[in-house]
Design a protein around this ligand. Sequence first.
Ligand code: SF4
Length: 327
Amino acid sequence: MNAEPPVLQVRDLVKHYSVGGGFFGRGRKQLRAVDGVSFSIGQGETLGLVGESGCGKSTVGKAVLRLVEPTSGHVSLEGEEITGLGSAALLERRKRMQVIFQDPYSSLNPRMTAGEIVQEPLINFGIGSRAEQRDRVAMLFARVGLRPDQRANYPHEFSGGQRQRLGIARALALGPSVIIGDEPVSALDVSVQAQVINLMMDLQQEFGLSYLFVAHDLGVVEHISHRVAVMYLGKIVEIAARAALFETPRHPYTEALLAAVPVSHPRARRARTVLTGDVPSPINPPPGCRFHTRCPIAVARCRQEEPALVLDASGHGVACHLRAATA
Ligand code: SF4
């Protein structure tokens, strides 16, 4: 874990959308979905990316993959900058960076059999003979816990958990180094969630995969992540190793998110910071610290001056005037 250089490095990633406006675009506004996000992920490492709905975490995943074009910023995959690559070069790099979506049903072609779905990327990239491709599909089916005879089935014949296993097998077909999971278990029952998470962790060990795991469920993120980044209104407000973030959170927003999660151990205690007010609009985020409209400890400075994300020597980073790390 944490091998150098990082497998995935993201610097100052920005994604703004123009919204609204009338004729000729007059009056259009900028929706600041992602507003300067930086992180890196080492080989075999999982970074969980959490936050409330609309905080921009899924847009980060899409911008990293360039499924949406970033407004600015840099993304490096295995040391190579991929922002700015043309479509042919980018397609080649996509072999190394795959995605698992929340709803596998909508991302799997309903007219293809499961075997064809997993084989398709190998055909598209011209990898191996047809016999070799079929062997790889068989291996992947076994590895994700699907039966050989299920290769002839169509997506609608699978359960939700099985469809997600199929999505994982397809993501693995090209031998990626990074997989971006966009809420990959959010649509599944809790018991099935655990099976799929455990499968992803096993596959990570076996293939040395790095994951960017985007989710709103802190329990799931705590289970799978080595490090966790917390987003609020397009920015990372805290990033730390899993234990540090869950046991000694520093940012008031992280504290509030954790306070909303049931505590499993009877003697465990968490500060009861309760979030009040709605999430402000990313079209017109508050000045200064974006969290100041909901922060229980905000002071005058918070309304004027935006706090930078400051990392301490352990890599625990916090964007807060009052809880800043001492490097
Ligand atoms: Fe709260 Fe101020 Fe810290 Fe923002 S900078 S989280 S408003 S204390």
